[in-house]
Each structure stands twice: as structure tokens, then as C-alpha cells.
Design a protein around this ligand. Structure first.
Ligand code: PLP
Length: 308
């Protein structure tokens, strides 16, 4: 478990690296959704997603403890974030990616200063390879969500929302492995519990929804949702209890709803967000949040899209 104190500490430790992103408002989206719609713009964050918050909190802590080498197993937003912060801190980083990694992802990791090693095709294979590499070279593996320091780093978004928009009534958060929502829930429910926090998953990657329903961690393997940041097959054993304790609701959105929301944000707000972020807007547009006339904050978690 983490507590709000850990998130306040994370805020101090990461504030010279991350940007305090703005909260945007859209009149047009507000009319469509029947609520005042606000957007926490983490797609404008360093490295293009919120993942830099948790990665920075964790990597800094490990470097304080004399780690001299960093590995991870994600070639997506977490891999880019780890690559960026390790390089900033002058520590070499290796990102283990699948053998068929896209060239754009490889280039992004390398541009931030990390090295790519390809290994296997499944995430289990990559994780064990990244852990093995870390062990060989006296380094550490940085997990994408199932970690107290990673969750605390992501939770700084919750503190920022409360400070930037005190009239917020509902905060809407995408769920992959659950690190983002676990951090935000801890920040909000331990300081202003009457603010609702609602999680969103794709219908075809509804592992957290099913886990809450059955009361135990439940797996949905191999999802092909367009929201590729939300494909984790199950919530983490550290993220799940926090979600179970605090979350007000979880809603599910279809692939078509996600695509429509992403395009609408581009057309009306001129903001390019990735499908994993668009799930929150899709949920608000669908009416499934079950609120009216409230101040809703959608967490736009990232903007890394291969537009070609
Ligand atoms: C990682 C990610 C998520 C999900 O975060 P979790 O901590 O895995 O729940 C959502 N959106 C984007 C853009 C991401 O990169």
C-alpha cells in the first residue's frame, strides 16, 4: 500500500524533471457530454505520456541506492520514459522489446538515449530477460505499474488536479495495469474523498472490471484493443487492492467509441491524444458515467501515436 504522504514525497522528488501540465476546458465537448468537461493534459507531458512521473520517482530512488544500470521490458510509453530519465541521470538503460518492435518505437527509445535489445515475442519473455540483464550488470529492473514508487509518481497527477481545479467533482482515469489509477485514487481519496474517481477499460480488455466483480484478480489474456497502453492482462497485486478499496465505478467502452472520441478531441480541441487516453472521453460521451451538470476531469494520459 501507499499513502498520500508517499505521493507528496514523490512530488518533491520529481518536480525538477516533469512538467505541471495544464487542465484544458472544452465548451463543445461540454455540450456533447452534458457536463463541464476538463482535461488533464498529460499528452503534453515530457516523453508524451504520464509514465515519466512514476519512472522518474522509481529510477531516482534506485540511483540514490547506487544502481548503475537500468532495464525495463516495455517498448511503449514506459520504455520511453525510463530511457529518458536514466539518460538524464547519467545511468545507462536497456529496453527489452519484442522481436517485431516497430521502427518508430525503436527510434523513440534510442533518441532518448536508451539501448534496445530485442528478445522473444511475449511480455513474460521480455520481463524475465530484462530482469536477467539487470542482475548480470548489478542494475535494477523498473516495473511499469506494480511498484510503490511508480504508483506514487503517477499519483502526483491527483494532487495537481485537486490544486488546479478545486471544483472538480469527478476524475476519469484509464486502467491498464492499474498504476495510474491506484496513485490517483490514493491522492484524491486520502485528501478529498467526496471527489469521485471512475476507471475506464476497453470492453475487450476488461480484466480489472472482472476482477472487481469476482473479488479476485482475473486474467483477460491477449487483448487486441486499439488502446495499446491498456492491454495488461490483469491488474497488479499491488494496484488491485487500492482500486478495490477506493474506486467509485469502472465503465467499459467499445473500440468504435474509443476511435470516435479520439477523432472528436482532434477536431474540436485540436489535441492529438492516443487511444489509451481517448477511453476517458469515450466514457463521458457515452453517458455511462451516470452524472450530469458536474465538473468532470478526463485524464488524457498520453499522445504518442504513429500518425502515419
Ligand atoms: C500506461 C498507460 C496507461 C495505463 O496505465 P496503468 O498504470 O498501466 O494503468 C494509460 N494510458 C497511457 C497513454 C499509458 O501509456
Amino acid at each position: 500500500m501507499i499513502i498520500v504522504h508517499d505521493i507528496l514525497q514523490a512530488k518533491r522528488d520529481i518536480q525538477n524533471v516533469i512538467d505541471t501540465t495544464p487542465i484544458l476546458h472544452s465548451r463543445s465537448l461540454s455540450e456533447i457530454c452534458g457536463n463541464e468537461m476538463y482535461f488533464k493534459a498529460e499528452h503534453l507531458q515530457k516523453t508524451g505520456s504520464f509514465k515519466i512521473r512514476g519512472a522518474t520517482n522509481k529510477v531516482k530512488k534506485m540511483v540514490r541506492e547506487k544502481a548503475a544500470y537500468i532495464t525495463t521490458a516495455s517498448s511503449g510509453n514506459h520504455g520511453q520514459a525510463v530511457s529518458y530519465i536514466a539518460t538524464q541521470l547519467g545511468v545507462p538503460a536497456t529496453v527489452v522489446a519484442p522481436e517485431d518492435v516497430r521502427d518508430t518505437k525503436r527510434k523513440a527509445i534510442e533518441a532518448y538515449g536508451g539501448k534496445i535489445e530485442t528478445f522473444g515475442t511475449t511480455s513474460e519473455e521480455r520481463i524475465s530477460r530484462a530482469k536477467e540483464l539487470a542482475k548480470e550488470k548489478n542494475g535494477v529492473f523498473i516495473p511499469p505499474y506494480n511498484d510503490a514508487f511508480v504508483m506514487a509518481g503517477q499519483g502526483t497527477i491527483g494532487l495537481e488536479i485537486l490544486a488546479q481545479l478545486p471544483k472538480a467533482n469527478v476524475v476519469v482515469v484509464p486502467i491498464g495495469g492499474g498504476g495510474l489509477i491506484a496513485g490517483i485514487l490514493t491522492a484524491i481519496k486520502q485528501s478529498k474523498p467526496n471527489v469521485k474517481v471512475i476507471g475506464v477499460e476497453p470492453e475487450i480488455a476488461n480484466d480489472t472490471y472482472l476482477s472487481l466483480k469476482s473479488g479476485e484478480i482475473t486474467e483477460v489474456p491477449g487483448s487486441s484493443t486499439i488502446a495499446d497502453g491498456l492491454r495488461a492482462s490483469k491488474p497488479g497485486f499491488m494496484t488491485y487492492p487500492i482500486i478495490q478499496q477506493y474506486v467509485d465505478d469502472i465503465v467499459l467502452v467499445s473500440e468504435d467509441e474509443i476511435k470516435e472520441a479520439q477523432i472528436l478531441v482532434l477536431e474540436r480541441m485540436k489535441q492529438l491524444i492516443e487511444p489509451s487516453a481517448a477511453v476517458t472521453v469515450a466514457a463521458a460521451m457515452s453517458g455511462k458515467l451516470g452524472v450530469e451538470g458536474k465538473n468532470i476531469v478526463c485524464v488524457l494520459s498520453g499522445g504518442n501515436v504513429d500518425v502515419r
